[in-house]
Each structure stands twice: as structure tokens, then as C-alpha cells.
Design a protein around this ligand. Structure first.
Ligand code: ZN
Length: 524
């Protein structure tokens, strides 16, 4: 991909050398739009043409070696990792030092080595080294007095494989068992960017060691990594005459209009007194800057669903999120709007069964919007992990339901289905409210037991499309035409439109420009 970008930028000709296995790119001709990033069969590669990925790598490596130009080698970039630490907290290293036998592993029958719990650290050095009951032992090999290893393992050791234990947590006799085969690798790893370097590297290394020891069958512990962004909030401080700067929580600061259009920032102390403070700007939430937000306060005021919706909606997960009280209130209002809309619908009584054969164009359009939303949310949550756009899609669906003014039995059936889709698709993010709405929509079972639905292809198929009509570039009306309508048909429909006729005023159009599925411009 980098070579592709480089060649494209510098106008270097690109020749296809890998042909997709599926043949999907066979008919594509230059200029190429993107690099083909999957494995396939080599083409245009001289003696190496017609080879599968691995064969091609081996053949090229062998040819290079034969010609004395290079050799194949696996390169590791993990630096030496000293895992021992001279401190109490950490897993004991199960080794015993004997003057005659050297380093002797603790026999399996004596595992696990457990840390003493009656030890009182005195603040200097490793307390284990001063605890005779832990340190002194007999050599498992010769029985003579020996010394137990008192260094413990770095905490990164535990974090490198703890997730394997989730698959077999009740096994007290082995590190892992065959259940790991079923559950691992982890489908989705979510963590801050700080995890993307050390922890990811260590756990990958550890997994490969366990693979080489035949303890697990996988070489990679995680299928996918998502590094989440930070949460930012405003920072306010005041510098006393002496001593350190004092930071004030944004919750305790009011923004007022000061002289000359400037803002004044006024903090309220615990005792009710106020003082003017300095606004530093936005920064990562931290204790030292006193700009954290306790989610408990939000949960008490608006409910957990609002707190969740706000955080998921405000930014894509990998970007930083700016805390905003207005944003929280906006999320709360959306949930209330959804709640009211569902209850208004339910109040009119149960909706009848949907009859797909007799839908009006408007009913078809709402059904299409609902199933498009379902398709989009499924992809946004399941593949793209962009929860914000998934939520936005449900918000749009709610707007579409609001514009749909068809109280007929069939219209109410379409609305019922649209609300069911909105409730299911929003439920991973707003679980409590959606659980209640699902029940109110007439379902006996819990929403959490419901299967994620599939979009109905028939609903997604579009048979008519709305095109705007302009006269001399000005919007004058719109027409609805079949999706596959010929230009003749579109032209005739546009010219027959009453509002268009008024502006054409009997003149013969000089030109009619058609942008398929979007726009018709009549030039007179
Ligand atoms: Zn010994």
C-alpha cells in the first residue's frame, strides 16, 4: 500500500503483479484506485508468475539466496524483557537456589508458590528477601537447605495472558485447557493508546511462547485492536499569593459575561464563597487538574442510558471526546423524544399485521428508511465500530417516523416495525430504555433475548426515486420516477410538472440536463 501511494504520487507506472484469487479485479484496468491488499496469484512476474502467496515468497527468497543477493530470515523487534522485580506484589518466580545443585525449579506438586500474607513491609528493599519463612526452604533435588527466589514477576507478565484464563477460570490444575481453543483469540481488544505498544507486544510474545510450548493453538492473542480516545474537559485554576495553584472542577465554575465581551469564570467553593478563576482550556481529565466528571452524578440526574448515549454519540471511539453539559442534555432529550414517540404510537392500540403486498409509496419509503437504518447500524456497530454514526442513523429514522403522517392500520403497522428496528438497534447503547420500549411495543420476551434482525432485501430495493427539478438552475419542483426510468421518461415527467410549466411558460427548452437519480435542470 505504501509503494502504491508512493508510485501514485510520483507518477510511476504501476503494474499488477498479484491477481485476486476471486477474480474480482480481473476486469479492472489502470489507472488503479487502490492497492490490492490480499493474497492471490502472481502475474507479470517472469519466472515467478502463477504462484500462490507463500510459494511466491519462498521462490523469490530461494532465487535471491541462490544468486548470493540475500537470504530469508525472520526478524524480531522485541527488546530483552527483564521480568523480575525486587518487590512483594507480583507472582513468585518458582525457582530455588541451591549451593550444590544450582537453580532448581519448584516441583509441580509444590505449585503454586504463594506469597506470605503476614508480612509487614518496612519500606526498604524487597520484604520477601527478609522473610525467612518464605525465603528459606529445602532443595527439591538434594534436600539440603536452600533459598527460594525472592524476586517476583513484573505485573506485565500477568497482563500478558490473564485473558486466556477467562476461558477456563475454574481450572485449578493447569494454566489453560482446551476451552481456550473455542474462545480465543479475543475478537476485539479495546484499550488506550498506551496499551498499543507495551502490553500488545508483550501479550503477543507471550502467546507465541505458549504456542511453542503447545499450551495454546494460536499465535496471535487478538484479532482486532481499537485504541480509544481520551475524555477532555475544561481546566480552571486560581493562584493563591503563596503555595500551589488550586484547580476547580468545571461543575463548580460558572461562565459569565464580563467587561468588553470577555468571559468571566467564577468558581464556587464548598463553603459557598465565590472567586474569579483562570480558564486554561481543554485538557485530558485528570485528578491533578481536578477536571474529572463523576459519572455517578450523571447517572443520578439523567440515568445511565443518557450517560452512555452521550459518550458514544459525541465522538468516534478512537477520537478524543470533549465533555459538554449541553451534549448530555441533548442525549437526554433524544431519549425522551423516542420514549414519547413510542408511547404515542402504543396509545392508539396494537398495530395490525404488516401486509407487504399492499404498501403505498410512502409506506414503502418509511420501510426502506427503517431497513436502511438496520443495515447501517449493523455495519457501524459490528464492523466499523463507529457507534456515533449508528446513533445518528437511529435519530434520522426517528425523524422519518415523525414526518410519516399515516394513521391507517397499514401505516401503523409500518411504524410499529420501524420502532421495533429503532429499539433493537439502539439497545446495545441505551439498554434500559429500549428494554422498556420493547415491552411496551407488545413483546412478551426480554429484548436482550431477541436475535439481531437482518434487513429485508425487499424493503431495501428502491422502485421509485425523487428527483429535484430546476428551471435555469433554480429549484422549482420535484418529481418521482421509476429508479430505472429512461432519460426520455424523466424529461417528460419534469416538463409535465405543474410548477415547472409555470416557469417555462410555453417556451421550448434549449437544453434539459439530467443527473441520474438526483436532478433535472431545464434551461430555457
Ligand atoms: Zn540441591
Amino acid at each position: 500500500e505504501r509503494d502504491f501511494a508512493f508510485a501514485t504520487q510520483n507518477g510511476i507506472a504501476i503494474r499488477m503483479v498479484v491477481k485476486s484469487a476471486s477474480g474480482a479485479y480481473d476486469d479492472v484496468v489502470a489507472p488503479w484506485i487502490e492497492a490490492y491488499g490480499d493474497h492471490g496469484v502472481t502475474v507479470n512476474s517472469g519466472e515467478f508468475s502463477g504462484l500462490a502467496y507463500k510459494e511466491a515468497v519462498d521462490a523469490i527468497a530461494a532465487a535471491l539466496e541462490q544468486r548470493g543477493l540475500g537470504r530469508k530470515r525472520v526478524q524480531f523487534r522485541l527488546r530483552d524483557w527483564g521480568i523480575s522485580r525486587q518487590r512483594y506484589w507480583g507472582c513468585p518466580i518458582p525457582l530455588i537456589h541451591c549451593e550444590s545443585c544450582g537453580e532448581v525449579p519448584v516441583p509441580d506438586s509444590q505449585l503454586p508458590v504463594v506469597l506470605p500474607e503476614d508480612l509487614v513491609p518496612d519500606g526498604s528493599g524487597n520484604p520477601l528477601a527478609k522473610t525467612a519463612s518464605f525465603r528459606d526452604c529445602a532443595c527439591p533435588s538434594c534436600g539440603r537447605p536452600a533459598r527460594r527466589e525472592t524476586d517476583t514477576m513484573d505485573t506485565f507478565v500477568d497482563s500478558s495472558w490473564y485473558f486466556l484464563r477467562y476461558a477456563c477460570a475454574d481450572n485449578g490444575a493447569a494454566m489453560v485447557d482446551e476451552r481456550v481453543k473455542y474462545w480465543l483469540p479475543v475478537d476485539q481488544y479495546i484499550g488506550g493508546i498506551e496499551h498499543a505498544i507495551l502490553h500488545l507486544l508483550y501479550s503477543r510474545f507471550w502467546t507465541k511462547v505458549m504456542r511453542d510450548l503447545k499450551l495454546v493453538g494460536i499465535g496471535e492473542p487478538f484479532g482486532n485492536l481499537l485504541t480509544q480516545g481520551m475524555v477532555l474537559n475544561h481546566i480552571y485554576w486560581q493562584q493563591p499569593a503563596e503555595g500551589r495553584r488550586v484547580y476547580f472542577n468545571p461543575n463548580d465554575v460558572d461562565v459569565e459575561d464580563g467587561a468588553g465581551g470577555a468571559k468571566r469564570y467564577v468558581a464556587t467553593r464548598d463553603d459557598g464563597s465565590t472567586l474569579e478563576v483562570v480558564y486554561e482550556g481543554l485538557g485530558t481529565m485528570s485528578k491533578s487538574k481536578n477536571n474529572g466528571v463523576d459519572p455517578q452524578g450523571l447517572v443520578e440526574k439523567y440515568g445511565a442510558d443518557t450517560a452512555r448515549l452521550f459518550m458514544m454519540f459525541t465522538a468516534p471511539p478512537e477520537q478524543s471526546l470533549e465533555w459538554s453539559d449541553e451534549g448530555v442534555q441533548g442525549s437526554f432529550r433524544f431519549i425522551r423524544r423516542l420514549w414519547k414517540a413510542v408511547y404515542d404510537h402504543v396509545a392508539a392500540g396494537p398495530a395490525p399485521q404488516l401486509d407487504l403486498a399492499t404498501l403505498s409509496p410512502a409506506q414503502k419509503a418509511l420501510r426502506r428508511a427503517a431497513h436502511q437504518t438496520l443495515a447501517k447500524v449493523t455495519d457501524d456497530i459490528g464492523r466499523r465500530r463507529t457507534f456515533n454514526t449508528a446513533i445518528a442513523a437511529v435519530m434520522e429514522l426517528l425523524n422519518a417516523i415523525g414526518r410519516f403522517e399515516d394513521g391507517s392500520p397499514q401505516g401503523r403497522a409500518v411504524v410499529q416495525e420501524a420502532f421495533e428496528i429503532a429499539t433493537i438497534t439502539l439497545s446495545p447503547i441505551v439498554p434500559h430504555v429500549c428494554h422498556a420500549l420493547w415491552a411496551s411495543l407488545g413483546h412478551a420476551g426480554a429484548l436482550i433475548d431477541q436475535r439481531w434482525p437482518q434487513p429485508d432485501p425487499a424493503a431495501l430495493a428502491q422502485d421509485a426515486v425523487t428527483m429535484v427539478v430546476q428551471v435555469n438552475g433554480k429549484l422549482r419542483g420535484q418529481i418521482s420516477v421509476p429508479v430505472d426510468a429512461a432519460e426520455e421518461t424523466i424529461r417528460a415527467a419534469a416538463l409535465a410538472e405543474e410548477s415547472v410549466q409555470r416557469f417555462v411558460a410555453g417556451a421550448t427548452p434549449r437544453k434539459v440536463v439530467i443527473v441520474p437519480r438526483k436532478l433535472v435542470n431545464v434551461v430555457v
